[in-house]
Design a protein around this ligand. Structure first.
Ligand code: IMP
Length: 182
């Protein structure tokens, strides 16, 4: 079974549920009359965003954007590519960018730059996980679920070689499974 590949559960299903509810309630309060456009970064943030918006009892829109993934050495060198753009214009909209994790910060730094150049009314960042130890460019998210140590984690949308996104918790794989990263 998939869960059998996991050495340690870092954040349980119950902890995720409680945190997502807390974040969603807070964000909904902050955006009560703003009809925000919630932008999910594919693919990692999809599980998080699907749960998050169901905790936001306000009018909102959603859209998706995809960047080149971490498996591609581009991400660590700071060169990030958009592989699928938004379907809608964000000009004049209150944008909430939702990402699974901020690691070195390059992906979000690049994305925020692109989105700001499109002149939204405002833009804020919500991340489920933050790995502050790994930061190479300064990114401070407005809403953060959990700060975690420098572990490579999977589950709840996060993958390792496109696997494990469907685990309902966030965990660390058994060390022998991470060979591809070395
Ligand atoms: P950054 O550009 O280094 O901040 O990395 C951003 C992207 O790398 C995230 O959107 C994830 O897709 C991926 N990533 C970073 N750390 C992890 C991890 O621990 N597990 C899975 N994916 C990760």
């Amino acid at each position: 079974m998939l869960a059998g590949d996991v050495a340690q559960v870092l954040i349980s299903e119950e902890q995720l549920k409680a945190k997502v509810k807390e974040l969603g309630t807070r964000i909904a309060r902050d955006y009560a009359d703003k009809n925000p456009l919630v932008i999910s970064v594919l693919k990692g943030a999809t599980v998080f965003v699907a749960d998050l918006i169901r905790q936001m009892d306000i009018p909102l829109g959603i859209d998706f954007i995809a960047t080149s993934s971490y498996g591609n050495s581009d991400a660590s060198s700071g060169v990030v590519r958009i592989v699928m753009d938004l379907a809608s214009s964000i000009r004049g909209r209150h944008v909430l960018l939702v990402e699974d994790i901020v690691d070195t910060g390059h992906t979000l730094n690049y994305l925020l730059g692109i989105l700001r150049s499109r002149e939204p009314a405002s833009i804020r960042l919500c991340v489920l996980l933050d790995k502050p130890e790994r930061r190479e460019v300064s990114i401070i998210a407005d809403y953060v679920g959990f700060s975690i140590p420098d572990y490579f984690v999977v589950g709840y949308g996060l993958d390792y070689a496109q696997k494990y996104r469907n685990l309902p918790f966030v965990g660390v794989l058994k060390p022998e499974l991470y060979r591809l990263l070395d």
